[in-house]
Design a protein around this ligand. Structure first.
Ligand code: HEC
Length: 131
């Protein structure tokens, strides 16, 4: 008899523990889902920012438009044949290199500190489009 009641006690204790363990694991799962969701969103954002070079029009609007739209300090104006033709005579690569290194009153990289050389190239191509 004594052994039987001991067994019942054991079963009772174990079932309480089992329920507690289940509750804990549910709470655990919930708390784990949260950070995973956040990590996923952060990862998606990172993908957006690292999805290759930005378009020339985006770089132009961000860094070049201030001077190149109206020709500040004699900057060659946006898609203006008369302004760009003489400059393009030295070849695209030379013009590109000048934009990277700076030339006269034109600051290196056109003040675009986070631009890659290829993004500068795309911005120039946008500025001379149709010329
Ligand atoms: C602070 C004004 C300013 C900004 C901003 C600026 N430029 Fe210029 N840019 C100039 C001026 C001034 C010149 C003419 C320089 C000269 O020939 O003396 C010039 C010339 C150029 C040339 C012609 C270079 C050559 O060899 O004749 C290119 C290409 C160019 N800029 C590209 C860019 C690009 C791309 C951006 C944006 C990422 C940009 N610039 C932003 C002022 C600016």
């Amino acid at each position: 008899m004594k052994f039987k009641s001991f067994l019942y006690t054991c079963v009772g204790v174990f079932s309480v523990l089992a329920v507690q363990a289940q509750e804990m694991s549910e709470a655990d799962i919930r708390s784990r889902i949260q950070p995973i969701g956040k990590v996923h969103v952060a990862g998606a954002k990172a993908e957006v920012t690292s999805s290759g070079p930005r378009a020339g029009s985006v770089i132009y609007a961000k860094a070049c438009v201030a001077c190149h739209s109206v020709g500040v300090l004699n900057a060659p104006k946006f898609q203006n044949v008369a302004d760009w033709s003489p400059r393009m005579e030295k070849g695209f690569d030379a013009v590109w290199k000048n934009a990277i290194n700076g030339i006269g009153a034109m600051p290196p990289m056109g003040t675009c500190g986070d631009c890659s050389n290829d993004e500068i190239k795309a911005a120039i191509e946008h500025m001379i489009e149709g010329i």
